[in-house]
Design a protein around this ligand. Sequence first.
Ligand SMILES: [Zn+2]
Length: 131
Amino acid sequence: MAKGYNQNQERVQLLGLLGKPLARRAGRRCELCETSGELRPFEIPPEPAEPDLDQLLLLCQTCAEQIRDPRKIQPERWRCLETAIWSTQPATQVVAVRLLRRLVPLTPWAGEVLEMIDLDPEIENWASKQN
Ligand SMILES: [Zn+2]
């Protein structure tokens, strides 16, 4: 038990160190919906052994909450993905693709957005790793 706790503490510390470069990259806005306000780092699953800036997103609470709990998804709120999917930031693209795929059964526009984009094979690979 103690080991797990220490590992978790270490992870929290490492995430803390990445907080600044992450906020700079994101321009202090949510990297999916672009709102400012209370933002937190979100580790894109599957989580790497050590927190990695390239596999983190800075997200607002609403985005993070709906990603973690798909029952809370409000499809119309995710129109922001129409823009996010074109991001040059692989992490943003990957999470946008995953969310859009989740939205396909819920709303007609999600599939249309996915049809418009030619995903880089690397992004496709990463996006299908886990959901
Ligand atoms: Zn957001």
